[in-house]
Design a protein around this ligand. Structure first.
Ligand code: IDP
Ligand code: MG
Length: 165
């Protein structure tokens, strides 16, 4: 089954200069990158992304973590596309808890649990097709993705936007 999945290299991954290593590991999957950008994560985007965890005791620290308060204020957001994309990337990423993740997985190799209890696990990947769709639509506009993965429509925009001067 052809799928797409959202992949984020989180602020700790960028701070620790792990981007190259992580992309090399991800290239083992032979999946295609169909979108990529560097994003400074707003609190609003972070809260929407992690809305399923809003009642957890670690939620506030998680929001600070993904917004880059503990590292650099940026993440690398990408969409990977191809056969069984979700499972392949999840498998390479490893378990959520970096101490339980296999040591050869990305999270097992590079993640840590802080003394404050945040799982700094360097990468996010979608869990299933429903989550992937919600997350990809949250992080990317249709024009930023080079494949037609979900239906789109054309609307006339009245809002102001910045262009090159
Ligand atoms: P996932 O990233 O493996 O899909 P989720 O349950 O969706 O795991 O959690 C999102 C993120 O929240 C995790 O990647 C991790 O950074 C953080 N997190 C999840 N569970 C815990 C926990 O029990 N303690 C601290 N941080 C957690
Ligand atoms: Mg998740």
């Amino acid at each position: 089954m052809i799928q797409q999945t959202l992949v984020l290299i989180k602020p700790d991954g960028l701070k620790k200069s792990l981007t190259g290593n992580i992309l090399t590991r991800l290239s083992e999957t032979r999946l295609d990158i169909i979108a990529a950008k560097i994003v400074t994560v707003s609190r609003k985007l972070a809260e929407k992304h992690y809305c399923h965890l809003k009642d957890k005791p670690f939620f506030e620290d998680l929001i600070k973590y993904i917004c880059g308060e503990f590292h650099k204020k940026k993440v690398l957001a990408m969409v990977y596309y191809g056969e069984q994309a979700i499972g392949k990337v999840r498998e390479l990423a490893g378990l959520t808890n970096p101490e339980e993740a296999e040591s050869v997985s990305i999270r097992g190799a590079y993640g840590r649990i802080t003394t404050g209890g945040v799982y700094e696990n360097v990468i996010h990947t979608s869990t299933d097709e429903k989550e992937a769709e919600r997350e990809i639509k949250l992080w990317f506009e249709p024009d930023e993705i080079i494949a037609d993965i979900y239906p789109t429509k054309v609307v006339k925009e009245e809002t102001k936007k910045k262009i090159w001067a």
